[in-house]
Design a protein around this ligand. Structure first.
Ligand SMILES: C[S@@+](CC[C@H](N)C(=O)[O-])C[C@H]1O[C@@H](n2cnc3c(N)ncnc32)[C@H](O)[C@@H]1O
Length: 399
């Protein structure tokens, strides 16, 4: 029943209240504190601090000092209530992994108390602090549990219990670990599934459904603001070319939210295309999407003169498609969204040189376009001092 406390007889360290802080820190440092139970004052001025199964029951072995004086303690079973589980995922993960370590870490008996504390602190300091949540699957960073100490603890036998304990703490069903995103042009993902049977995930972002295999293709959660910005543009009646469509990060918002009349999606990677087709069906926009499989250096040459807008979403640079994209614009002109990684202090300089290059391409293509900057969007930090930016450029026809 809500609000009702479950009381349980559990072992506790009994001390005078004045020594509470010193005793609490001592138990915590030794990983002897039972964080699932609540500390309480059992009688006037006397505290019971819950201890776990690793804490020795012989009081001679518990050497707590307060102001350099050893304090008097005793161990007793007392009625204690359970702590409500933490609402904060990082705290829950920390608690769960601490408990997992308490059952799985074989500590050499000869190790001093101080060395045990250092070992435990070191292991706990390596717990992941961030992860990517994709529906009910989380992808842990590549370096998770890769330190020598962690790899010496995780074994064939105990790893499943660790993944399950993480899944329970984070309230998800499946866990994967990032392997680096390949440096190939397909940006293929090499995530590995640790818990669960399938790495297919489905998400709803800003009213748009996405589905993809998280172990085969990348999904950039960091580009969320840009996805929303593009999705908020009115593209009613427009024909658009998404030159690096991926799983439809921009193609789908342009169709679903922007109401584009038709998107030509250029994409190389078959896994991304499978996901894009799934997304088109799930969002009911398949009839307004044409997928061109293959290298955009070839596919875009067949799309000359048809587009109101081209989306060039590739990092570190989308420059190989700039000239092709201008050639794809309708005679009356249109808009390019140019993605690029640029050093923060060189952004203004980069805008000028980009406009200059685009004007050169316009001359080479014999188009009568005036080239104007509409907007520069700073999407995210890609690396220290390097920004992922998007430059919106308009090509205006003149006679
Ligand atoms: C990083 S994803 C970008 C997806 C999305 N536009 C974004 O910015 O989040 C790049 C996609 O471009 C595709 N790609 C890279 N080079 C390509 C090329 N020359 N022709 C067609 N697709 C290409 C890759 O397969 C990948 O799916």
């Amino acid at each position: 029943m809500e609000g009702e406390k479950v009381m349980e007889l559990s072992p506790a360290l009994i001390i005078k209240k004045g020594h509470g802080e010193a005793a609490y820190h001592f138990l915590k440092q030794n990983s002897w504190l039972d964080s699932k139970k609540q500390l309480n004052e059992i009688e006037n001025g006397i505290l019971a601090i819950p201890i776990n199964e690793n804490c020795p029951l012989a009081k001679e072995k518990i050497n707590i000092f307060d102001n350099e004086k050893r304090i008097d303690v005793r161990i007793e079973n007392v009625e204690m209530s359970s702590n409500p589980p933490s609402v904060e995922p990082h705290a829950r993960l920390h608690e769960s992994i601490t408990q997992w370590l308490q059952s799985n870490l074989e500590i050499d008996d000869s190790l001093s108390q101080q060395s045990r504390v250092i070992l435990m602190d070191d292991l706990l300091s390596k717990i992941p602090k961030k992860w990517e949540k994709l529906g009910d699957l989380i992808l842990l960073p590549q370096t998770t549990f890769s330190s020598n100490k962690w790899t010496s603890i995780i074994s064939e036998e105990n790893q499943l219990s660790l993944w399950k304990c993480i899944a329970e703490a984070l309230k998800i069903e499946r866990i994967g670990i990032q392997k680096h995103i390949n440096d190939d042009i397909e940006r293929s993902s090499q995530a590995q599934l640790l818990l669960g049977n399938s790495s297919w995930v489905e998400l709803l972002d800003f009213g748009v459904k996405f589905g993809f295999d998280a172990c085969k293709v990348m999904y950039s959660s960091g580009n969320v603001t840009e996805r929303h910005r593009i999705g908020n543009m009115d593209m009613n009646g427009e024909t658009i070319i998404d030159c690096y469509a991926g799983i439809g990060y921009y193609t789908l918002p342009m169709l679903v939210r922007g109401d584009a009349a038709l998107v030509h999606a250029c994409e190389l990677n078959q896994h991304s295309i499978t996901a894009l087709e799934w997304g088109a069906k799930a969002n009911n926009v398949s009839n307004r999407l044409i997928i061109h499989q293959g290298d955009n250096a070839l596919t875009m040459t067949k799309l000359e003169g048809i587009a109101d807008r081209c989306h060039l979403g590739f990092l570190p640079s989308s420059q190989p498609t700039w000239k092709l994209a201008i050639a794809c614009l309708k005679e009356k002109g249109g808009i390019l969204h140019i993605h690029m990684n640029v050093e923060e202090e060189k952004i203004e300089q980069w805008i000028d040189s980009t406009i200059h290059s685009l004007q050169q391409y316009v001359i080479e293509l014999k188009r009568n376009y005036k080239v104007e900057v509409l907007h520069l969007e700073k999407v995210k930090w890609f690396a220290p001092r390097v920004r992922h930016v998007v430059l919106d450029v308009e090509f205006i026809h003149y006679d």
